[in-house]
Design a binder for this molecule. Sequence first.
Ligand SMILES: C[S@@+](CC[C@H](N)C(=O)[O-])C[C@H]1O[C@@H](n2cnc3c(N)ncnc32)[C@H](O)[C@@H]1O
Length: 241
Amino acid sequence: MSDGPGVPTTEKVRGVFTRIARDYDRMNRVLSMGLDQGWRRRLVREAALTPGCEVLDVAAGTGDVAFAIARTGVPALVIATDFTPAMLDIARVRAASRPALVGGSTDVRFEHQDGQALTYEDGSFDVVTVSFGIRNMPDRAAGFREACRVLKAGGRYLILEFTAPRAVWFRPLFRFYLGVVVPLLGQLITGDRASYQYLNDSIMQFPTPEALAIELKDAGFSEVRWVPMLIGAVNLHVSTK
Ligand SMILES: C[S@@+](CC[C@H](N)C(=O)[O-])C[C@H]1O[C@@H](n2cnc3c(N)ncnc32)[C@H](O)[C@@H]1O
């Protein structure tokens, strides 16, 4: 794969998230105008977790999905994984500051893993989630294959991701926000314009929900559907192994 502006490579992605880890949560709240946690809560609702279930969160970053699951109080095991140590460090610090949450009925653990080459056995999990992470994988098909491999038969795979919206009136606004406002805020708040420019370029290059559904079916998933949010700029894909 060529190394264009929005094209992920392992080195580029790890570099970006190592640089922005400290400001990642604050920037998410600012850039999404407080909406991002609601999107993750929707993912957790669609996951339909049952007591005793085992969840793998891939590209977990600073742990928001794991914490959202823990907040439901479902007695579950959540293994939150990422391949950028700086992001996992923040996740662990956040977890340590919430002992009642992550030490409650939901058992949350953090592990270093590459989502394209997981070390778990086949059929280990009831649910696999990936929130704003699949876009950053250089080999997305490998990420899908691995998710499918580690899921139990009938297990659910949930992907939350941005894409360029289809609505004609919203597209220019979204483009302006991504291309001008986000890099500017990235510069002002974190001093790192380039990292936010990459993240934005990667959103504009991400496939449509229909195209992603075909990729998911090719990887072995069935019953692929998606829930559009933010006028189609964010989509939650739900599929079954
Ligand atoms: C935009 S953040 C999303 C973090 C979190 N899931 C959330 O909802 O805020 C993307 C994360 O994907 C991770 N990532 C990208 N490629 C990865 C890979 N191949 N394996 C594991 N983690 C990866 C990055 O390190 C980063 O923490």
